[in-house]
Design a protein around this ligand. Structure first.
Ligand SMILES: [Fe+2]
Length: 400
């Protein structure tokens, strides 16, 4: 039996090493199609990574053979000269089982190797949080799920907490609120998400607190069925108070009909999926791209009238290296106006903008239709199904 404590690394530990830019080599033993879908990535330059499926390494001579010995022989046969001796090797698989044998085999061959605990499943469900703002009246935290590029925010003031765009692993938000000595009072979604399962309705139900959503998003845009979740209406101009912090609701339809942004203290714009750091929203996830693209144009034009000093905090990122030195994904609106290719396109007028948007739509993941159903309370995926639906990185942004 292997000692999993000393020979494995948790996703949190791996992230810490990646963020510290520590030397690392990743040996990913999943099948090639799984590897192509997503892999372990860090916030700096790409980590040297080799993908070879486990069954290509495993060279069993007979059924009773020790698996580790078989791995050792397989490594010597198939990976000779391809693995480094000057840095630790992280063995990665789907759930953290086969990588344990691979790491053990590598160690017996003299390599410095560990297995990533829980594999890509655990990597996909790893979160960290960082402060965006801490002043005497409120604190604003960003909660990042790096593997998927999903971002939530938590506003805390006078021991009251509001959670924006929570993912489905609610313990992260409870831990954060508890660490800050606060209680979660309300939970809000900027829109009916398509790429990940929202934790909003479940958090509302579990903590007996209101869950907020814009009513235009409380309907499945393809099934045209009304949501079966309890929710409170969000509307344009509404002011919400969390402790002594004020949050203004702004309606920016385009990515969805009920897309809103939350302006915290007149300064931080939690803009959901309207504008990202390097791209803008795709308007096709409701199946009505031609109708929604002009709405996106009008919304973004309106957003561009807001002050340059406003800090935009999107709900997703596509490029994991786009965070700042603390791992926070943010930009001033002024910088986005100057550099974001989607926003620069606005200046060419509605026709050019919508042509650009409609010709830059990435693949439409089939799972997104079902995820919207689940987020509207029209389907209830179990844990296995939830993992399957959330496989891979988010695809909420326009392609570039
Ligand atoms: Fe979205």
């Amino acid at each position: 039996m292997l000692d999993k404590v000393s020979v494995s690394s948790s996703p949190a530990k791996v992230w810490e090493q990646l963020q510290g830019n520590e030397p690392m080599f990743i040996l990913d033993v999943r099948n090639r199609d799984e590897f192509e879908t997503w892999r372990v990535e860090g916030p700096h330059a790409a980590v040297p990574t080799l993908n070879i499926p486990y069954f290509e390494i495993l060279d069993l001579e007979h059924d009773e053979e020790d698996v580790t010995e078989s791995v050792m022989r397989g490594v010597q046969t198939h990976l000779k000269g391809q693995l480094p001796n000057d840095r630790p090797i992280l063995a990665v698989c789907a759930e953290g089982n086969t990588s344990t044998y691979v790491a053990e085999g590598l160690r017996r061959l003299g390599f410095d190797a560990v297995s990533m605990t829980g594999g890509m499943e655990a990597w996909g469900n790893f979160y960290y949080w960082r402060p965006v703002e801490e002043n005497t009246r409120y604190s604003l935290f960003q909660v990042v799920r790096p593997a998927r590029g999903c971002v939530s925010h938590v506003l805390i003031s006078d021991r009251h907490a509001a959670v924006f765009d929570p993912a489905r692993h609610l313990e992260t938000y409870h831990e954060l609120a508890t660490a800050a000595g606060a209680r979660i009072d309300l939970v809000l979604d900027t829109h009916l998400h398509a790429d990940h399962l929202s934790g909003g309705p479940a958090l509302g139900e579990r903590d007996h607190i209101p869950y907020y959503l814009h009513p235009y998003d409380a309907i499945h845009p393809m099934d045209m069925l009304p949501a079966r979740i309890p929710y409170q209406y969000l509307k344009e101009g509404q002011m919400l108070r969390i402790g002594s912090a004020e949050v203004q609701v702004l309606h920016f339809p385009g990515h969805t009909l009920g897309m809103v942004a939350f302006l915290v203290d007149g300064r931080y714009l939690l803009d959901g999926d309207s504008v990202f750091l390097q791209s803008i929203a795709r308007p096709d996830l409701g199946g009505k791209a031609e109708n929604w693209a002009p709405l996106l144009y009008a919304s973004l034009q309106r957003m561009m009238t807001m002050a340059d000093e406003i800090v935009v905090l999107p709900a997703h990122f596509s490029d994991i290296t786009a965070g700042d030195e603390h791992g926070v994904y943010q930009s001033t609106l002024g910088d986005l106006k100057r550099h974001n290719p989607g926003l620069l396109k606005l200046a060419e007028g509605e026709k050019a903008f919508t042509d650009y948007v409609l010709s830059s739509l990435p693949d439409f993941p089939e799972a997104y239709i079902e995820i919207k159903r689940a987020n509207a309370g029209l389907a209830s995926p179990d844990e296995r199904k939830a993992q399957e639906l959330e496989l891979g990185k988010n695809l909420c942004a326009l392609g570039q």
